[in-house]
Ligand binder design. Structure first.
Ligand code: TXA
Ligand code: MG
Length: 353
């Protein structure tokens, strides 16, 4: 067990002394969790293979799933990537700093373990003053997967990080809850048209405005388990976002969803399970008999995304056995929300009609 240092830092005006303490840890090969605009990341020096190995170990993450490399300046991309296509430059100008990760051909200077032996590298510039200050003060790119134990929902608060990783990492920079709540969008530009490997904080609609044609990888919209040979992103092969509870997603038009959720909740209750319903503001009042949590309004998918992971963790903390979740529309951030929910359910999806 390590002693995990907790450092509270103002999200807008980070206390530079505290950021320097954290940056020192990174430079010495240690592990620091820090906030980004999406979720908390667990950072290590991307150019130090030992530090990156320790990162995989702390998260219990399989070595074949590489982390995203975080930079504080778009120019750093030219040192980490072999080629930067014009489309990438347009996207960097438009969306960085922000929740968009771009996949490039990688430069040989990046250690193999950092990219899990792939010939590509995933890079993003986060839109968060603390993350940017930490990278700047560390003076090197920071490899940072989400700061959860592998397979658990991503952390949207320092408390989530603490619950998963206390004693396993050196420090946590705590700047309160994250703003977006789902991870960055991962876009592969090595193919034409560009391919979304993971929907996230940058909506597909926004990418299409800039690029025209953008395709979704079949995994992104999968409603069932696909064969792993089709995976283009290593992360697609691994179980993700899953709380301890069993998750069932009910999709369809509202009245049918309401009836189906009620029916399922009742049948699990009769079997003796502790049932939780993940609802929305428009429907929550209809489910009186069980533990009900609302993601927010179905018409405000930004708020739904913000609340998703923390509510999944709350159900676990309350000892819920089965979570019955309503589907939400797959537009804007809803696409990322549904991708996470479907994965969390292990594709246990019920179509209500
Ligand atoms: O918002 C985010 O992206 C957060 C914050 C901390 O920045 N990070 C994050 O990292 O979600 P992680 O490691 O949990 O997810 C990284 C995803 C994985 O699905 C991984 O497989 C994929 O990016 N990835 C990494 N390198 C890749 C590559 N070279 N090609 C394709 N996918 C890659
Ligand atoms: Mg993750």
């Amino acid at each position: 067990m390590k002693q995990t240092l907790l450092l509270k830092v103002n999200p807008q005006k980070p206390d530079i002394e505290k950021v320097r303490v954290a940056a020192d840890i990174i430079r010495k090969g240690g592990l620091v969790a820090f906030p980004t605009e999406t979720v908390y990341g667990l950072g290590a020096d991307a150019m130090n293979p030992k530090a990156v190995l320790a990162l995989f170990e702390a998260k219990k993450r399989p070595l074949d799933n590489p982390p995203i490399i975080h930079v504080e300046n778009a120019n750093d991309v030219y040192r980490l990537a072999k080629q930067v296509p014009p489309k990438a430059e347009r996207l960097m100008k438009e969306f960085w700093p922000g929740p968009l990760t771009l996949v490039f051909k990688r430069s040989e200077t990046v250690p193999d373990v950092t990219v899990a032996g792939l010939d590509t590298i995933a890079i993003r510039m986060p839109r968060h003053a603390v993350a940017l200050a930490l990278i700047r003060e560390s003076n090197r790119p920071i490899a940072a997967p989400s700061a959860n134990l592998a397979g658990k929902p991503s952390p949207t608060s320092a408390k989530h990080v603490f619950d998963d990783l206390n004693g396993r990492i050196d420090a946590i920079l705590d700047s309160g809850p994250t703003h977006i709540g789902v991870e960055s969008t991962v876009l592969d530009l090595s193919v034409d048209p560009p391919l979304v490997l993971r929907p996230g904080g940058t909506p597909l609609e926004a990418l299409r405005k800039i690029l025209g044609d953008v395709k979704l990888h079949p995994f992104v919209v999968a409603e069932k388990e696909l064969s792993i040979e089709k995976a283009r992103s290593p992360g697609m092969r691994h179980k993700h976002y899953a709380p301890n509870a069993e998750v069932i997603v009910v999709e369809g038009a509202i009245p049918a969803v309401l009836a189906k959720v009620k029916e399922l909740a009742e049948s699990y209750r009769l079997k003796g399970a502790k049932v939780g319903v993940l609802a929305t503001d428009e429907t929550a009042a209809a489910y009186r008999a069980v533990v009900v949590k609302s993601l927010g309004s179905r018409f405000n998918l930004e708020v739904v995304a913000q609340n998703l992971f923390s509510l999944l963790r709350e159900f676990d903390a309350e000892g819920i056995d089965v979570i019955i979740a309503e589907g939400v529309p797959t537009e804007g951030l809803g696409l990322a929300v549904m991708n996470r929910l479907r994965k969390a359910s292990g594709y246990n999806i019920v179509k209500a009609e």
